[in-house]
Design a protein around this ligand. Structure first.
Ligand SMILES: NC(=O)c1ccc[n+]([C@@H]2O[C@H](COP(=O)([O-])OP(=O)(O)OC[C@H]3O[C@@H](n4cnc5c(N)ncnc54)[C@H](O)[C@@H]3O)[C@@H](O)[C@H]2O)c1
Length: 261
């Protein structure tokens, strides 16, 4: 009997593959038999990680139009087309931890950090969607694009949970992640049955956060805990598979109920 969620043999590009969630998606996709290319920025171990999981790897900077075009050309050359893409790359709190600037007070917030965030998170999602979309349209009969937003693209953060922490939520993140949901809906109605387009919206995923933060965050969640990174995998596999063949234009919020209050 074939698996209910079957992605074996599907030609899939995962963009943003070496971070907290990207690694878990990449390993699951490889294990489930996808014909996988993983992409990430130059400063990462994307090429050696790809070898380790028996996938192909490519360098991409999603904020550069030329780099995204080169990445999709690589997919076309290596796989002859694409059936699925996960737009997972982002400037995140995790990624910007080292740059104290990004956590400035809003009244002093630096324009360049705002612009950098929007360029990676929103314009990057647009560029990958445009380039990969053109390729999927001409090479796949069951194409699926999965964008990744955040609960902070749906609701505002409770800024009090960051009191005493070295990190915060930041404005370009929320704005760009809201934009990703809007772009998802726009593309779903643009492509109709040609390419299904959906969004996955995770809540806070535990990544060795300190006890004070875990407690403060968890107190905002009906399920009273952060997500485990494996808890996001199922929805991504489902959306890439033909099991979701009648699903498009939706935002799947996986947040332990945080946005349900
Ligand atoms: N972890 C969470 O709690 C959480 C919650 C909500 C949403 N998300 C979303 O899930 C996705 C993955 O998050 P994560 O926690 O794994 O974050 P992460 O910072 O660990 O990973 C982000 C990935 O994007 C890549 N990236 C950053 N800039 C890039 C660029 N210019 N070009 C190409 N790649 C680039 C990074 O190298 C990294 O692999 C993100 O879109 C994030 O916004 C995460």
């Amino acid at each position: 009997m074939s698996e209910i969620v079957d992605i074996s043999g599907k030609r899939i590009l995962l963009v943003g593959a070496t971070g907290v969630l990207g690694r878990v998606y990449a390993s699951a996709l490889a294990k489930k038999g996808a014909n996988l290319i993983i992409a990430d920025k130059e400063q990462t171990d994307v090429l050696s990680f790809a070898q380790k999981i028996d996938a192909l790897g490519v360098i991409v900077d999603v904020s550069s139009e030329k780099s995204v075009i080169d990445c999709i050309n690589y997919c076309s050359e290596k796989l002859g087309g694409l059936d699925g893409v996960i737009n997972n790359a982002a400037a995140t709190t995790e990624g910007l931890m080292e740059s104290g600037q990004s956590f400035a007070e809003f009244e002093e917030y630096p324009l360049e950090v705002w612009e950098k965030t929007v360029n990676i998170n929103l314009t990057g999602t647009f560029l990958v969607a445009r380039e990969a979309g053109r390729l999927m349209k001409s090479t796949s009969t069951s194409a699926s694009l999965v964008n990744i937003s955040s609960i902070y693209g749906v609701v505002g953060p409770d800024h009090r949970i960051y009191e005493g922490q070295s990190f915060k939520s930041f404005p370009g993140y929320s704005a760009s992640k809201s934009g990703v949901i809007g772009l998802t809906k726009w593309l779903a109605t643009w492509w109709g049955g040609t390419i299904r387009v959906n969004c996955v919206t995770p809540g806070g995923v535990f990544n060795d956060h300190n006890d004070q933060f875990v407690k403060a965050y968890s107190s905002r969640v009906p399920m009273e805990r952060m997500a485990d990174r494996e808890e996001l995998v199922g929805i991504v596999l489902y959306l890439l598979s033909d099991s979701s063949s009648y699903v498009t234009g939706q935002n799947f919020i996986i947040d332990g109920g945080l946005t349900a209050w």
